[in-house]
Design a protein around this ligand. Sequence first.
Ligand code: AMP
Ligand code: MG
Length: 520
Amino acid sequence: MELNISNNFIENLPGDPIINNYRRQVNGACYSFVYPKSTASPEMIHTSMSMAKTLGMDASFLNSKEFLEMVTGNKVLPHTKPYAMCYGGHQFGHWAGQLGDGRAINLFEMAHNNKQWTVQLKGAGETPYSRSADGLAVLRSSIREYLCSEAMHHLGVPTTRALSLALTGDEVLRDMLYDGNSAYEKGAIVTRVAPSFLRFGSYEIFAAREDHKTLKILVDFTIKQHFSHLENPSKHVYVQFFSEVAKRTLDMIVHWQRVGFVHGVMNTDNMSILGLTIDYGPYGWLEGFDFGWTPNTTDSQQKRYRYGNQPNIGLWNLYQLANALYPLVEEVEPFEAVLETYKTNFEIKSLQMMRSKLGLQLEDEKDNSLIQALEDCLLLSETDMTIFFRNLSNFKRGKASEGLKIVTDAFYIPTEISAEKAQQWKDWFDRYDFRLEKETTSDDQRQEQMNRINPKYVLRNYMAQLAIDEANKGNYGIIDELFEMLKKPYNEQPQYQKWFAKRPDWARHKVGCSMLSCSS
Ligand code: AMP
Ligand code: MG
């Protein structure tokens, strides 16, 4: 298979002169050359045909031994030089110094249909950035990344993609709950694809080291390669660049809020400079609507990365990026203006997003209060976010009294809806019905619009876990079923109706379903 290979990153940016693979601080360089580790007996589990097509790869290539070897560390394509990227990051609010691709290795860049892509392996072995870890990934976390990144793409959420999921045949030791009980798990590698894997931390590391020379080279490269509609780099353009990153970051987070996605580890090393959802670790999907929920047990005390805090954390992370870019501009005000705009745009965009979830096309000054009242209702008892909004599209104008019945399936414990709570809901449906009178769309039109915004199928935490439990036994049927279903998350797909259901009771406190650690 002829791929249109290019090597922009390594050809245009300073690299680490040391080629031996040992852990170290890498100064003055954006990457280090490193080969993936060869694996014992690789086996393909799944490939994403839609991603492959976007890259111009055909089915026969995807099914070939050459492809399997390439994505499991056993073959490097001619004219390519794999590398790991150097970056730093703020983890849980604190500067953590150099992090870097500890277990990700970029194989090559390529172009197809005038689009530039980087193809990367996650879990392909040690790099100079592996610090105290092994550079490997286990099957469970690889399934979670593979399924979720493709699902997010089909939901219309900006994200890195996945091309393949393969077993390495090697065993990997992990202490899943950080409780001293280590066990061997199956090793796996996901092939990830994105226009770029640059992160906020890619810039922060040079600012922290006061290496303004490399910082400028990297920012200029980023603008030229990925923000090419901007003018040639100058102080003014650096601020424009920052402004665009802020906009993309906000858009991404508003999408997360819309579909109920909680990233779980919004450290600045996990924030893509292109505003893509990146690094699927202990992420989760809201089941019961709850601003305070986080799937990440490592963050269960502070809950820094809880659902309701994601927009604020986006802003906090942008402050860190602003600090990193400051030396190129040496003026505070333009950065402050961008961050202020983020705040106002957040208000505007989240209001717009919530309006669209309610099927409201027009604007009314009382919409904010209507939405606030709805959120109060949703918090009265555990209410499934996905089912609630999907079923709300069945609401008929003039039938406010039927509202509660329409959404009853969303309540985890229907008996919790006391007379008082039912009254609060009824009042809300009256307000909603009254508000809908202002709209010009019919019930059917509104339903159609709402069903394009409110997914029927998301990768619920327990669904990923079922796929993992089966895969650990060597059965990949659920991976395939979920993968197919999640390609069309807004469609009714009656054949998958069983997945349009509340989280089963057994999953409420099960490890992997509601509790996830960073161990992967
Ligand atoms: P995360 O926040 O999980 O995306 O990872 C934080 C940092 O730890 C990144 O620099 C990763 O490359 C690194 N890391 C995570 N897991 C491993 C591993 N198994 N081996 C080497 N480095 C890792
Ligand atoms: Mg990461």
